[in-house]
Design a binder for this molecule. Structure first.
Ligand code: FES
Length: 107
């Protein structure tokens, strides 16, 4: 079961057991992680599931698809080199321990 750590804006961290095949966004919504809105439910049309992948993990992820890269242009908070849309980050064993940081705003 891959664990995800969500680093929240208030400086606290939530470590949650995820499920392979389920996205980091869905895992956050199911566990009431504050700061991920996911207004479109994961169909890549809202950019309100923005996260900053911890730099220790960002190179371990596949590159964003063209559609994700396009939608990253619409995030509300500052976009950085490790910005990703968490609905597109699907958990598997290789991501056990991944850390994502919640941005200051989603809208
Ligand atoms: S949930 Fe809407 S783009 Fe990810």
């Amino acid at each position: 079961m891959p664990k995800i750590t969500y680093a929240l804006l208030d400086g606290t961290r939530r470590e949650i057991d995820g499920t392979a095949g389920v996205s980091i966004m869905e895992t956050a919504i199911k566990n009431n992680v504050r700061g991920i809105d996911a207004e479109c439910g994961g169909c890549l049309s809202c950019a309100t599931c923005h996260v900053y992948v911890d730099t220790a993990w960002s190179d371990k992820l596949p590159a964003p698809s063209e559609d994700e890269a396009d939608m990253l242009g619409f995030v509300a908070a500052e976009r950085t080199a490790t910005s990703r849309l968490s609905c597109q980050l699907i958990l598997d064993a290789s991501l056990d321990g991944i850390v994502v940081h919640i941005p200051a705003k989603q809208t």
